[in-house]
Ligand binder design. Structure first.
Ligand SMILES: NC(=O)CC[C@H](N)C(=O)O
Length: 313
């Protein structure tokens, strides 16, 4: 299979649709990004990354960071994390508050905002917020084998200044006694993790452990246990796109995580990771062109986790 050809063909087939969808405007700094950006990067076991389009320009990974923070929180807390957050799709928007009251401040899963805020709280543990952020950044730089990975402080500030909804979620959970750290400390880490800026190439590279049983296939360094990695992939498939997760599984069939910066990270266990970026979103906050690109790659490669190829058995 000529992966570079598949990446090029997919980019070319969709290039005329650049700019489709609606970029997130509720975080003012995101509204300034050029909506015609479009990049595809596919990283494989050897560490080779096949790229097309805008794959070397950093963008705000937003909720994709929830995958990395979940992996790190599980490494710190182990199974106890699941007392604080569930593992079921929510069927609601990423920033919804409705289930929280009925379910006594325990969020449905770690990928909706409330669940990510709790996960961030456990990731911080008994450290200060700045130490936790420095640790997360160092882990990502290590996973991506790239010290250039950083945080866009302007985006973090912009999100904090307009973060009334996330503050509501966090204070609501604090009222149920669900957070261990002061609310503003937790939010300061949450806003900075959402503002992590990576290129498609760096993102696909840093996430390779998800597709290879928790190990960086290039250095063989273990990032996450095999069992946890398998379960993170399961959660990505079921909850990675909020109330659009069913549609994404139906059309694409890869565990994936979207972010309102227009990025989508996909993990194809045993094969590759894919990062796509196009800022225009569908109504559920998933990149419109990014999801189309992943659907085409799934078709061209036959890599959907729901496909079985007789000739490979
Ligand atoms: N889906 C997303 O990417 C949402 C993340 C965004 N930072 C928020 O909290 O609203």
């Amino acid at each position: 299979m000529d992966l570079q050809q598949i990446v090029d063909d997919t980019w070319n087939a969709l290039a005329d649709e650049r700019g489709c969808g609606t970029p997130a405007r509720y975080i003012p700094a995101l509204a300034e990004v050029d909506p015609t950006k479009f990049g595809i990067a596919v990283a494989t076991r050897s560490g080779e990354v096949h790229c097309a389009g805008d794959t070397d320009e950093p963008f705000s990974i937003q909720s994709i960071s929830k995958v990395f923070v979940l992996a790190q929180a599980l490494e710190r807390e182990g199974l106890a994390l699941w007392d604080a957050v569930g593992r079921e799709p929510s069927g609601n928007a990423f920033n919804s508050i409705v289930q929280l009251e009925r379910e006594k401040g325990i969020p449905r899963n770690p990928f909706i905002n409330s669940g990510a805020i709790v996960t961030t709280d456990r990731f911080i543990g008994d450290r200060g917020p700045d130490e936790a952020v420095a640790d997360l950044l160092a882990k990502l730089q290590n996973m991506g084998r790239d010290d250039d990975i950083g945080i866009d402080e302007r985006v973090a500030r912009s999100e904090s200044e307009t973060g009334a909804r996330n503050r509501s979620l966090a204070y609501f959970m604090a009222d149920f006694g669900r957070l261990l750290n002061p609310v503003e400390d937790v939010l300061s880490v949450y806003f900075r993790q959402c503002a992590l800026a990576l290129t498609c190439r760096q993102l696909a590279d840093a996430a390779l452990f998800l597709a290879f049983d928790g190990c960086d296939p290039v250095t063989r360094e273990r990032m996450c246990s095999r069992e946890r990695t398998r379960r993170i992939n399961a959660l990505m498939l079921l909850c990675g796109h909020y109330d659009n997760s069913g549609e994404f599984a139906f059309d694409v069939g890869f565990p994936g995580k979207s972010g309102v910066g227009g990025g989508i990270l996909a993990s194809i266990p045993g094969r590759a990771t894919i990062a796509v970026w196009s800022p225009g979103l569908n109504r559920w906050g998933t990149s419109l062109l990014g999801a189309r690109a992943l659907a085409q790659i799934a078709d061209r490669t036959g890599w959907s986790v729901f496909s079985g190829r007789l000739d490979e058995i």
